[in-house]
Design a protein around this ligand. Structure first.
Ligand code: GAP
Length: 535
């Protein structure tokens, strides 16, 4: 698995993603999509929209405002309970999510270094003494063990001299080396070893004021999910579209959360884009629809290239379920930092429509022709992140290979996800016939696919550049194409496949038809028809 630093560096170097406000030192919780990134993320969103809205009879779209009436957030329950447990270091001020703290301590630089020292020494006390006087001073200067080694170790000396610590004792070890002067154990800061505060809930809602004068302006919030824009428009959409149950409303848009610990590149940010569906169905059919959506969404990621060993479903335990949810399943991806949520698919029952009916006074109901009764539909919610999906597709596509003794970095994107579909490359940039033909061809191809012309390096280097940004097809125009004094033009160009590096020569006039086949993944057929050679 590729490490995240490599992805971050490739993204910056090739114009996929930049740190927000970098020239001012950067903003850790926000990222900007560059020239290739904007194309790539648009493709992710386009495929989601095409497959979930345009290709279905039972779905319509919506684009609701980011700022909503403040009552929306009372009704949805966000104001009362949309929070994460917050804990901060009383010494260095670094803060963490309470529910992620144990993981952060175990993975911290200082604890890793301490574990290595304990593994290399037969006597645990000697190991702790040496570490406290050496690496501990640099890595965890505020840890009780480092600040008061003699006191901390005194009660262990008789018990542990001559023994090794084993992993099952590390919990006890942490209690012993991170404690107040009176001996009360506390959580140590993953950054400096200092004492962490008791966790308390911190709201994730980002406040804003609508109106020029803050004192008289309306206080509201930047939406933390796009879902509520759908619920409050349920009746509008129903009346306007005349849809019958079951049907869904889909929306793509920005959401904002004041995350305690944004991080892991675009995985967790304070501003991000969601791709959400609220699928309304008759109560009693909800469990079946839920399962159908779980299966569909799991298959969707694989359809666009995610390898099946890198994706899994995780059923929520009863104690993690929101109180109104009947069942929830996450689609998880094996990101460089481990298995993490890509999308949540929840059965939210009739909770949201009921809440908004109660708070607004407007009945959000459906008249069922069959039973001749009004009812409140149940809702299945597949809720994905556009940035997280893009990150997963990027990580999964990243490959390093050796080709003729040299490293080749290649993003093996599904052709429909690739930011550039075709690169047209002239074999000789000093041959005006070749250049002119290549430029004309690019203009033609552009009408249908995002294509670029590039003559700024040798052909080998141009291929590698396109490999690194995931361009599935390179088309080269050479002397044979345009002819010279010795031979007549054959009007053919070479198409090169990014993944196999196989090449076929096809007539220029037939290029759109062949490209169409290649976009659909039919390389084998094209190879068979036109014959293949290798780069
Ligand atoms: N309406 C339900 C809802 O918002 P969620 O699990 O909180 O559910 C859904 O969010 C998806 O939105 C997540 O699976 C993830 O892909 C994306 N997401 C949530 N918080 C995010 C953040 N801070 N940064 C990036 N993506 C995020």
């Amino acid at each position: 698995m590729v490490d995240m630093d490599k992805i971050v560096s490739l993204c910056k170097r090739r114009g996929f993603i930049f740190q927000s406000s970098e020239i001012y030192g950067g903003l850790g919780s926000a990222w900007d999509y560059g020239p290739l990134g904007v194309e790539f993320k648009k493709n992710v969103k386009h495929l989601w929209w095409r497959d979930n809205v345009h290709l279905r009879d039972d779905m319509v779209g919506l684009d609701a405002a980011i700022t909503m009436h403040p009552k929306v957030w009372e009704a949805s329950g966000h104001l009362a309970s949309f929070s994460d447990p917050f804990t901060g270091c009383t010494v260095c001020g670094r803060h963490y999510r309470g529910d992620h703290l144990a993981e952060a301590i175990w993975g911290s630089k200082w604890f890793e270094s301490l574990k290595r020292r304990l593994a290399n020494e037969d006597d645990a006390i000697v190991a702790l003494q040496k570490w406290a006087a050496g690496d501990g001073k640099k890595l965890a200067p505020n840890l009780a063990l480092v600040q008061r080694p003699e006191v901390i170790l005194s009660h262990w000396k008789t018990k542990r001299s001559g023994y090794r610590f084993v992993q099952s004792e590390f919990g006890e070890l942490l209690d012993g080396i991170a404690c107040a002067p009176d001996g009360t154990p506390h959580n140590p800061c993953p950054n400096c070893g200092g004492q962490m505060s008791e966790p308390r809930p911190a709201s994730l809602m980002l406040e804003t004021f609508l109106g020029p004068v803050q004192e008289t302006a309306t206080k509201t919030y930047l939406r933390p999910e796009t879902a509520q824009g759908i619920f409050v428009n349920f009746d509008n959409v129903l009346q306007a579209s005349r849809k019958k149950l079951p049907f869904g409303i889909a929306q793509i848009g920005k959401s904002f959360r004041n995350e305690i610990t944004p991080g892991n590149f675009t995985f967790r940010t304070r501003e991000f884009e969601q791709m959400e569906i609220e699928f309304f169905c008759l109560p009693g059919t909800d469990e079946e629809w839920h399962q159908r959506w779980i299966d569909e969404r799991f298959a969707w990621y694989q359809k666009y290239g995610i390898r099946k060993e890198n994706i899994q479903l995780r059923e929520h335990e009863k104690d993690e379920l929101a109180f109104y949810a009947k069942r929830c399943v996450d689609v998880e991806y094996l990101f460089p930092m481990g298995w993490s949520e890509l999308e949540g698919i929840a059965n939210r029952t009739d909770y949201d429509l009921k809440q908004h009916s109660n708070f607004s006074g407007k009945a959000l109901e459906y008249f069922d022709e069959e039973s001749k009764q009004k009812l409140i539909p149940y809702v299945i919610e597949p809720s994905a992140g556009a940035d997280r999906s893009a990150l997963a597709f990027l990580v999964d596509a990243h490959h390093e290979e050796e080709v003729r003794g040299e490293k080749r970095v290649v993003l093996k994107f599904h052709p429909e996800l690739a930011p550039i579909k075709i690169a047209v490359l002239p074999l000789l940039k000093k041959n005006s016939g070749i250049v002119e033909t290549a430029k004309k061809l690019t203009t033609e191809l552009r009408k249908r696919w995002h294509s670029v012309y590039d003559d700024t390096a040798s052909i080998g280097r141009l291929y590698r550049r396109q490999d690194e940004v995931g361009t599935p097809f390179c088309v080269t125009v050479d002397v044979q194409t345009v002819g010279d004094d010795k031979s007549a033009a054959d009007g053919k160009v070479t198409i090169r496949d990014r993944d196999s590096m196989g090449q076929v020569r096809v007539p220029m006039a037939g290029l759109p038809a062949v490209t169409e086949e290649l976009m659909a993944g039919q390389w084998a057929e094209v190879f068979r028809e036109h014959g293949v050679s290798k780069e």
